[in-house]
Design a protein around this ligand. Sequence first.
Ligand SMILES: [Zn+2]
Length: 335
Amino acid sequence: MPLPSGLPKAELHLHIEGTLEPELAFALAARNGVALPYADTEALREAYSFSDLQSFLDLYYGLMAVLRTAEDFTDLADAYLERAAAQGVRHAEIFFDPQAHTARGVPIGTVIEGLGASLDRAEERYGISTRLILCFLRDESAESALATLDAAKPYLHRITGVGLDSAEVGHPPAKFREVYEEAARLGLRRVAHAGEEGPAAYVREALDVLGVERIDHGLRCMEDPELVDRLARERIPLTVCPFSNVRLRVVDTLADHPLPAMMAAGLLVTVNSDDPAYFGGYAGDNFDGVRDALGLAPEQLRELARNSFRASFLEDDEARRARYLAEVEAYEFGA
Ligand SMILES: [Zn+2]
């Protein structure tokens, strides 16, 4: 059977900073005169085979030093979109972390306008429609999140929603109640990472206190049958990232992944790549991975693709959503 990489899909859980491949990191480092502590791209690629969260975070934040100018962010997004298009992505709702850049002296406007320049031509160049979601780093303070949202106000025409990411444990959703209330007042959509390493209770809290419409990851809802019933009944999407879960040790192996159980429970799950440069593959690779490791049938893969468009923030363009869903139905897996 041919790989399902080409199955039309939306990617809803993708950190643009997590798409920085070693080759581009070196190219940007050279352009900006930034010294990297790696001899060459091979040595850096070696470092990408980290085995725990801390070594991942050290590498991830360390490499961001190469992102300095608007053009750097444009190049980063272009590189992602080109790879995503080759793997069947038709619509991408892209996360970015302004605090990871403003803390290094890069203005938020540089980040947003740089990404925006790429997204403006994404449809024409790559056949991908896009949305941008501003994420707060949950291990930073609530005040810092509020200041970030405030600094983003001149650019809200480019931003569809807000999210919450980075180290989950010890930083419950309720810490960010005020900034999510402000985001709602501004008409922004709301999502949050919850129930990845943190408990199922964080998923409830993200729904009840922050008013989120989608949960990013959410795997640990499976420990709470009442919560599973609610998520299924209310059709709350969960953006699952299988390769990420293995690399960050949320599950032992892909074969142990709860994705089939989540689908069987009636949850609206989608498959995404999270930080694809670091976790071993892009959206289509994740589809291939779960097909092979979990034995998902073509109709199950098609359902995951349908879910990705159902869960996407396309309420302002239902004709487009219908067109994408029709592409999913028309896709042929082959003999
Ligand atoms: Zn994530």
